[in-house]
Write a protein that binds this ligand. Structure first.
Ligand code: ATP
Ligand code: MG
Length: 448
C-alpha cells in the first residue's frame, strides 16, 4: 500500500486523539489496493456529526449531509467527507433509505456498502479491515455485492448502474450471481433520476473496458436506453461489415478518445440503422437516412437524460454528419469547418476514422484519407486562413460604411465574399474585399 497523504494522516490522527475510531474507506482503499493514487479520501468514523464538528472546530467544516452523518472537513485545501458509521433501513422508494441510524460498529457500516471492493477500511494502526472478502475480489478482478445481490439492488437501483460503470472504468467483470441479480432487478433503474443515470453513463462510456462491457451489459443499459437493444444481433447484410450493429458500435466507442462528447456520438452514430434497414435485389443491406434518424434519436435520448443543450447539439451534429464524405480539397475542408466549427470538425474526423476502422478490414481502409483531411485542417488553423465570417477581413459595419443599406443584403454580400475567399478568387484583405463589395453592389443595384 502507498502512504496516505499528510492531510489524511492528520484527519485520522485528530479523530483518534479525541477517542474515536476512524478509517479511510471505499473507493480510496480500492484504488490503493489496485496500486492507483486515490482522487479523494472518504473517512468513516464512530464520531457523531456534532462530535466530528467539535474535533475539527479549528478547521473549515461544511454540513454536507448532517442527517446522514456526513461532514466535510477541509485541511490545507484538501476536502474530506467524514461520515459516521451507519446502518440504513427501509428503501421504499428503491433509491434512498427511509432512515439512517448511527452505529458504533464498523462491520455494520461496511455491510451497507454496495460492493465488496468498496467495503474495505484501513488505518495505520489496524491495517486493512476487510469483512466481506473485498481484497480477494479485487485480486480476482470481480465486482460482487455485499450481501444478497437481489436485496441490495431492490433497495437501491443505482447500484445496478454503478456495477456496470465500475466494470468499464476499472475493468472488472461483474460476478455471476451479482450479474444475474442486476439483470433480474433491472426494472428498479426506473427509480433512479435521469441526472444520476446520465452521470453514470458518461463515466461508463469513458471507461477503458467499455467495448467489452457495452455488449456484455446491453440488457441493463437497454433498460435505460431501450433504443440500444435493436442494435444487438442486427445483421447488416453488407460485405463492409463484419460485426452486427452493436459490436461495431462498441468497437467505435472504444476507438475514439475517452471524452464524453465523442464517446456519446460513437454510441449513437448507428442507432438509427435498425429503423432504416432495406435490402436490395442482391440481398445487400442498406441504411439510407440512418444518420438523420440516429440524430433524431440521440436528441430524444439526451433530452430524456437531461443533458445540457450544448452537449446535446454537439453530439447530435456529430451523429447527423458521421457519414458525410468530405473531399480532400482546401475548399471542402474550409466549408465543413465553417458549417461545423473547427472543434466539431476535428471530432468528426476522429469519429469517422474510428467508424471506418471498425468495418471489414479487407475492404475499407481510409485512414490515409483522414490523415490528409486532418493535415489540411491543421494548416488552415496554423496559417489563420479564412473559413468563416468571423475571420473574414470585412464585416457588416464596413459594408454599412460603403453605403449598403441595413438589412439582409449585408449578410448576403458577406456570404458571397466568404465563398470567394474560400475558393481563392480574392485574398482575405480588406481593400480587395471592399473593392469586390462595390462591384457586387453595382451588379445587384436593383436588388439592394
Ligand atoms: P468513485 O468516487 O471512484 O466513483 P467510490 O467507490 O469512491 O468511487 P462514491 O460514489 O464516491 O464511490 O462512494 C463512496 C463509497 O460509498 C463507495 O465506495 C461505497 O462504499 C459507498 N456507496 C456509494 N454509493 C453507494 C450506494 N448506492 N449503495 C451503497 N454504498 C454506496
Ligand atoms: Mg469517491
Amino acid at each position: 500500500m502507498r502512504g496516505l497523504t499528510r492531510q489524511t494522516d492528520e484527519v485520522l490522527d485528530m479523530l483518534h486523539e479525541a477517542g474515536y475510531k476512524a478509517y479511510i474507506v471505499g473507493g480510496c482503499v480500492r484504488d490503493m489496493l489496485m496500486g492507483k493514487e486515490p482522487e479523494d479520501y472518504d473517512i468513516t468514523t464512530s464520531a457523531r456529526p456534532e462530535e466530528i464538528k467539535k474535533v475539527f472546530s479549528g478547521k473549515k467544516t461544511i454540513d454536507t449531509g448532517i442527517a446522514h452523518g456526513t461532514v466535510t472537513v477541509v485541511i490545507d485545501g484538501q476536502a474530506f467527507e467524514i461520515t459516521t458509521f451507519r446502518v440504513e433501513a427501509g428503501y421504499s422508494d428503491g433509491r434512498r433509505p427511509d432512515s439512517v441510524s448511527f452505529t458504533g460498529n464498523l462491520k455494520e457500516d461496511a455491510a451497507r456498502r454496495d460492493f465488496t471492493m468498496n467495503s474495505i477500511a484501513f488505518n495505520r494502526e489496524e491495517g486493512i479491515i476487510d469483512y466481506f472478502g473485498g481484497a480477494a475480489d479485487i485480486k480476482a478482478g470481480v465486482i460482487r455485492c455485499v450481501g444478497d445481490p437481489k436485496a441490495r439492488f431492490r433497495e437501491d437501483g443505482l447500484r445496478i448502474i454503478r456495477a456496470v460503470r465500475f466494470s468499464s472504468v476499472i475493468g472488472f467483470d461483474i460476478e455471476e450471481e451479482t450479474r444475474n441479480a442486476a439483470l433480474e432487478c433491472r426494472a428498479s433503474l426506473k427509480n433512479i433520476s435521469e441526472e444520476r443515470i446520465r452521470e453514470e453513463l458518461i463515466k461508463f462510456l469513458c471507461g477503458k473496458n467499455v467495448r467489452r462491457q457495452l455488449t456484455a451489459n446491453i440488457d441493463i443499459l437497454g433498460e435505460v436506453i431501450p433504443e440500444l437493444l435493436p442494435m444487438r444481433g442486427f445483421d447488416q447484410k453488407n460485405d463492409h461489415h463484419i460485426y452486427d450493429v452493436l459490436e461495431h458500435t462498441a468497437a467505435v466507442v472504444e476507438a475514439v478518445e475517452a471524452q464524453p462528447r465523442l464517446r456519446l456520438a460513437a454510441l449513437f452514430h448507428d442507432i438509427g440503422k435498425p429503423r432504416r434497414f432495406s435490402e436490395d435485389e442482391e440481398g445487400t443491406g442498406h441504411f439510407f437516412g440512418h444518420a438523420r434518424t440516429g440524430a433524431e434519436m440521440a436528441e430524444e435520448i439526451m433530452s430524456r437524460l437531461k443533458f445540457d443543450s450544448r452537449s446535446k447539439s454537439d453530439v447530435v451534429t456529430l451523429v447527423r454528419s458521421h457519414s458525410l464524405r468530405i473531399e480532400v480539397s482546401p475548399g471542402a475542408v474550409k466549408r465543413a469547418m465553417n458549417r461545423l466549427t473547427p472543434e466539431i470538425f476535428f471530432d468528426l474526423l476522429k469519429l469517422q476514422r474510428a467508424d471506418n476502422a471498425a468495418l471489414n478490414p479487407h475492404l475499407s481502409q481510409r485512414a490515409k484519407h483522414y490523415d490528409k483531411l486532418k493535415a489540411m485542417a491543421d494548416d488552415i488553423i496554423r496559417d489563420d486562413q479564412c473559413f468563416s465570417l468571423k475571420n473574414l477581413k470585412v464585416n457588416g459595419r464596413d459594408l454599412l460604411r460603403l453605403g449598403v443599406p441595413r438589412g439582409p443584403a449585408i449578410g448576403r454580400i458577406l456570404e458571397i465574399l466568404l465563398e470567394q475567399v474560400i475558393d481563392g478568387d480574392i485574398p482575405n484583405e480588406k481593400r480587395a474585399l471592399l473593392e469586390r463589395s462595390r462591384l457586387i453592389c453595382e451588379a445587384n443595384a436593383d436588388f439592394i
